[in-house]
Design a protein around this ligand. Structure first.
Ligand code: GTP
Ligand code: MG
Length: 197
């Protein structure tokens, strides 16, 4: 898919204030600092469209960006980081849950996982929760430039083992590096296929 335009639309904490144009959308979620905003910038070829930071907890709102005037990318706050104040931390899961459960135009949620870590409890909780909602999702292993191919595969296999305990079917899996632009064509191709349906 060729990205011609990418524009910021709105940032808010109330899912009801999200755009009402009815355009299809794709959300990016995962632990704080996993690389959601960086991945979005890499996908749409814009350095600073979504704000990134080396300090976890940068994105604290639901951010809509319109791509090619025809679909949205949604950058969500991270979960599972302790150093942000307690109120904000507690609001995230509720905000995220409400958004994911009620957003009728949501086509797919990309759940980002740090490829360097063995399966973490809060990631597993989130994946098991979203699996139960029956909302389509995929797993995206991020920052693969930071470790060897073998180590990335080990993480993916560990995830497969964990999920097999609960689920008959495993979600689609992607491997990305925002740094090296790895996985861009695969993710955009996947989005394009869904948009064509
Ligand atoms: P929050 O908004 O705080 O939840 O974080 P986020 O998930 O949006 O992460 P963000 O994109 O802000 O990236 C966090 C840090 O990881 C930044 O310092 C990025 O430069 C770095 N980073 C993100 N993706 C990659 C990657 O693929 N490779 C490398 N080496 N670093 C990355
Ligand atoms: Mg972010």
């Amino acid at each position: 898919m060729i990205i011609k335009t990418a524009e910021f639309i709105i940032s808010n904490t109330d899912p009801n204030k999200a755009p009402t144009t009815g355009l299809p959308e794709f959300a990016f979620i995962g632990r704080s600092n996993v690389g959601k905003s960086s991945l979005i910038n890499m996908l749409v070829n814009r350095k600073n469209l979504a704000k990134t930071s080396s300090t976890p907890g940068k994105t604290q709102t639901i951010n809509h960006f319109v791509i090619n005037n025809s679909w949205y990318v949604v950058d969500l706050p991270g979960y599972g980081y302790a150093s942000v104040n307690k109120t904000a931390r507690q609001a995230w899961p509720v905000m995220i849950e409400n958004y994911i459960k009620n957003r009728e135009t949501l086509q797919n949620t990309f759940v980002l996982i740090d490829s360097r870590l063995e399966p973490q409890a809060n990631d597993l909780d989130f994946v098991n929760w979203i699996g139960k909602t029956q909302i389509p999702f995929s797993l995206v292993f991020t920052k693969i430039d930071k470790i060897s191919k073998g180590a990335v595969n080990k993480t993916a296999e560990a995830w497969g083992e964990k999920l097999k305990k609960t689920w008959d079917e495993l979600p689609p899996v992607f491997f990305t590096s925002a740094e090296k632009k790895t996985g861009r064509e695969e993710l955009l191709g996947y989005i394009e296929d869904i948009l064509k349906k």
